[in-house]
Design a protein around this ligand. Structure first.
Ligand SMILES: NC(=O)c1ccc[n+]([C@@H]2O[C@H](COP(=O)([O-])OP(=O)(O)OC[C@H]3O[C@@H](n4cnc5c(N)ncnc54)[C@H](OP(=O)(O)O)[C@@H]3O)[C@@H](O)[C@H]2O)c1
Length: 287
């Protein structure tokens, strides 16, 4: 437990992850570009900074929880962070290729790199029940497993760098698909005047049921998209990462392209920062 951790990116997930580390007694310093988001950590006397280099200098291991690879590039290269002899663990959602390129950049300046994207959201980050997928060598995995266990009980080594990023994208395109198809059925039945409780009673007993349906039911029925755990703009990012990652593969992605259009329209309607269940508003207005 005697690591010195710098966590770069105090967004929705980064905030919960820093708080989790601090609660477990791990030495952590948090960096964020926008100072206002550091206020809750400052109140808890957790060290914070708006200077990424300062955070890195005070750490042995650097966790990235930034929105995308563009943000990572800006934080890491502009100006270049002192990453020599540091380990970087990338935990946001980026593509396999982006992760492999990042590994090359970090290794070129004498740093070590592994990826550990996560499934789960703010509640799971707060209580340490994220599903942590690791792209690393077996020895990197063994070395950092105790730290990764702070975020999820059972981190899994998927393979080399890029493999965990691919697995994470495969899961997130299912978030898009399941939510879109459930929203369409729900809106259809609302327009048909069929009781939603009856629909759910049958669905829950069927092989079609997925727990995410009940998690999102209230938001979808009441069109309540405030206080997101996972915003629509990031779902759109992940759909696009998946589609671009498919470009040289023999896959027909027509289904996901259609869902991309729905999610894009939702963002264009001003719901980019709302919970992604807002896609139901694009599928149908309330009857
Ligand atoms: N939310 C979830 O449920 C969830 C779950 C699993 C994985 N993820 C993934 O984890 C990552 C973070 O997600 P999140 O929900 O925490 O996102 P978020 O709330 O949007 O936070 C994004 C973070 O990136 C920073 N950032 C963006 N552009 C930047 C730039 N150019 N320079 C410096 N900092 C920049 C933001 O800083 P500012 O505050 O200054 O804007 C903020 O700290 C994403 O890749 C997301 O897809 C999210």
């Amino acid at each position: 437990m005697n690591w010195r951790v710098a966590l770069l990116g105090v967004g929705l997930m980064g905030l919960a992850m820093v708080q989790r580390l601090a609660a477990l007694g791990v030495s952590v310093i948090a960096y964020n570009r926008t100072e206002a988001k550091l206020a809750p950590l400052r109140q808890q006397q957790i060290p914070v900074t708006t200077n990424a280099a300062e955070a890195v200098e005070k750490a042995d291991v650097v966790i990235l929880m930034l929105s995308d690879s563009e943000a990572i590039g800006q934080v890491i290269l502009n100006p270049p962070l002192p990453l020599h002899n540091k380990t970087v663990i990338q935990m946001g959602t980026i593509s396999p290729t982006e992760s492999q390129q990042l590994a090359t950049q970090i290794q070129a300046v004498g740093g070590d790199y592994l990826e550990a994207p996560v499934l789960g959201s703010i509640p799971e980050a707060k209580n340490g029940t994220l599903l942590v997928m690791v792209g690393a060598t077996p020895s990197q995995f063994d070395q950092w497993l105790p730290l990764l266990r702070c975020f999820g009980e059972n981190p899994i080594l998927v393979g080399e760098v890029g493999k965990a990023a691919a697995l994470k994208l495969a899961l997130n395109q299912m978030i898009a698909g399941l939510t879109a198809t459930f929203s369409l059925s729900l809106a259809y039945l609302q327009h048909q005047g069929v009781d939603i409780d009856t629909f759910m009673t049958i669905l829950r007993q069927s092989a079609l049921y997925a727990p995410t349906f009940d998690k999102k039911l209230n938001r979808l029925c009441h069109r309540d998209f405030a206080n997101p755990n996972f915003p629509t703009k990031h779902l759109l990012k992940d759909i696009r990462l998946f589609l671009s990652s498919c470009e040289n593969l023999p896959l027909d992605t027509t289904i996901l392209q259609a869902i991309e259009t729905v999610v894009q329209k939702t963002v264009e309607a001003g719901e980019g920062d709302s919970d992604y269940s807002a896609i139901i508003n694009t599928i149908s207005s309330l009857p």
